[in-house]
Design a protein around this ligand. Structure first.
Ligand SMILES: *Cc1c(COP(=O)(O)O)cnc(C)c1O
Length: 464
């Protein structure tokens, strides 16, 4: 229905929300609205529409925060006017960002010295910056040697989509190590097979998207040390610690994956994942100042000082960064460990309950020392079932749960898996309700045999 103003004269400020003139017609959906409406009505209409998004707390696909303390909500509101880019107008927010970078450099065991890094909108932007720095450093080295720079390549395992974007946007050959049956991660042997003089870097992932496991950063670094000793090729590592960067330091502190390894030159992590900040913040930190090429830095003057600007965005909200700082101060290492250990406990509970059903093989059980608090599984080989994992995902949606099922990337495209991401707030108690619903779904399929399974696309849950 057109957005006419015919009902304007019916407007009565004393009307009850849904009895008001604003609710007499369908609200505009495509054309730019003509008339002004009452805030209360529009708020009610928009909020109602958001109901259809589903309940984020039951979305077990996402790695991102869906629960925050009341103080975080308050700070986000307090910071609604803070623009991260405007370091002159908001010098204290800029200072807080710099403190966070220092704290992260400390957390990730960077050598002493000025911390070098930046906040971003998420790990994707941070990965672009870390990747670009590797490309620039490689180009500089090649040019100094009088060698061509037209064929850069990057080596990764089965990575998150942001690395596909990075290599495509910046014309870099992506050498992605495919999964094989029984090997779902990057291994030193596979990395070495792909290295050459045009390799700008190797990116292991600390918490692979598809299963949750950590890739063996230390073993890869050792293999690259050996390669350098044999051939002179010096290939740096950037760690995609989107999830693991905020887990391993607290829950697997003995695991060497960070700047303790000299070959690790940069790390990215998502503040809005296990950094526990609200959506919209990531981090990139370089090992030392010299690892960030000067030409990537835009110097901005503020309050007579000189401040680095190393982002792809210009204007950007500051609240997420402030809340990240709040979390660092509020939780400290002890608090982060407790929050994350609770997640690992929930994951262990889920893995053991799923295993007990006898219907599935666990692909990754959420072991604190080997990966993130995620559980992934496949249907038990050789056991006949009346349903697929896609049917199960589809059925669980009727109870509000989003538990994505998907096929693995190359070369395991035939293998369907399902995954639960345990975040802050996915308590053991909540997990027990989910397990109850999974069992009920399986029983349902017994009494209502599936005649035609849903396809991966139809069931598809977002699982990046
Ligand atoms: C989530 C994720 C990303 C992308 O991070 P955003 O913060 O969502 O941009 C990159 N790599 C890995 C391993 C991830 O889990």
């Amino acid at each position: 229905m057109a957005d006419k103003s015919a009902e304007d004269d019916l407007f009565d400020p004393n009307d009850e929300t849904y009895g008001s003139a604003d609710f007499l017609t369908v609200l505009p959906k495509a054309e730019f609205p003509q008339k002004t409406r009452a805030p209360r009505s529009v708020y009610a209409a928009v909020k109602d529409e958001l109901m259809m998004d589903g309940n984020a707390r039951q979305n077990l696909a996402t790695f991102c925060q869906t629960w925050e303390e009341p103080e975080v909500h308050q700070l986000m509101d307090d910071c609604i006017d803070k623009n991260m880019v405007d370091k002159d107008e908001y010098p204290q927010t800029a200072e807080i960002e710099a403190r966070c970078v220092s704290m992260l450099a400390d957390l990730w065991n960077a050598p002493k010295g000025p911390a070098t890094g930046a906040s971003t909108t998420g790990s994707s932007e941070a990965a672009m910056l870390g990747g670009l720095a590797m490309k620039r450093r490689w180009e500089a080295r090649r040019k100094a040697e009088g060698k061509p720079t037209d064929k850069p390549n990057l080596i990764t395992g089965p990575v998150q989509i942001c690395w596909h974007k990075f290599t495509r946007y910046w014309d870099i050959e992506h050498r992605e190590i495919p999964m094989e049956n029984g090997r779902l991660l990057m291994t030193p042997e596979e990395v070495l097979k792909l290295c050459d003089e045009n390799t700008i870097g190797v990116v292991p992932t600390l918490g692979v998207t598809f299963t949750g496991e950590y890739e063996p950063v230390k073993a890869i670094a050792d293999a690259l040390d050996d390669l350098q000793a044999r051939t002179g090729l010096d290939i740096p590592i950037h760690v995609d610690g989107a999830s693991g960067g905020f887990l391993a330091p607290f829950c697997a502190p003995e695991l060497e994956w960070d700047f303790r390894i000299p070959r690790v030159k940069s790390i990215n992590a998502s503040g809005h994942k296990f950094g526990l900040a609200p959506l919209g913040v990531g981090w990139v930190v370089w090992r030392e100042e010299q690892d960030l090429p000067e030409e990537m830095i835009f110097w901005v003057n503020y309050l007579g000082g000189n401040m680095r600007d190393i982002t792809l965005n210009f204007s950007r909200p500051g609240g997420q960064v402030v809340c990240q700082y709040y979390n660092f101060l509020r939780l400290g290492r002890d608090g982060y460990r407790k929050v994350h250990e609770a997640c690992y406990r929930s994951a262990a509970y889920l893995a053991s309950e799923l295993e007990k059903t006898g219907l599935v093989d666990i692909v990754f059980d959420g072991d604190m020392k080997r990966g993130i608090p995620a559980v992934s599984w496949k249907l038990k080989e050789g056991v006949k079932t009346e349903y697929t994992l896609f049917d199960l995902a589809d059925r669980l949606r009727s109870r509000g749960w989003q538990v994505p099922a998907y096929t693995l990337p190359a070369n395991c495209e035939d293998q369907a898996v399902q995954r639960i991401l345990v975040r802050n707030g996915v308590s053991i108690d909540l997990c027990s309700l989910l397990i109850r619903d999974i069992k009920a779904s399986v029983d349902y399929f017994k009494s209502h045999p599936i005649t035609r399974s849903v396809s991966e696309e139809e069931a598809s849950g977002f699982h990046h």
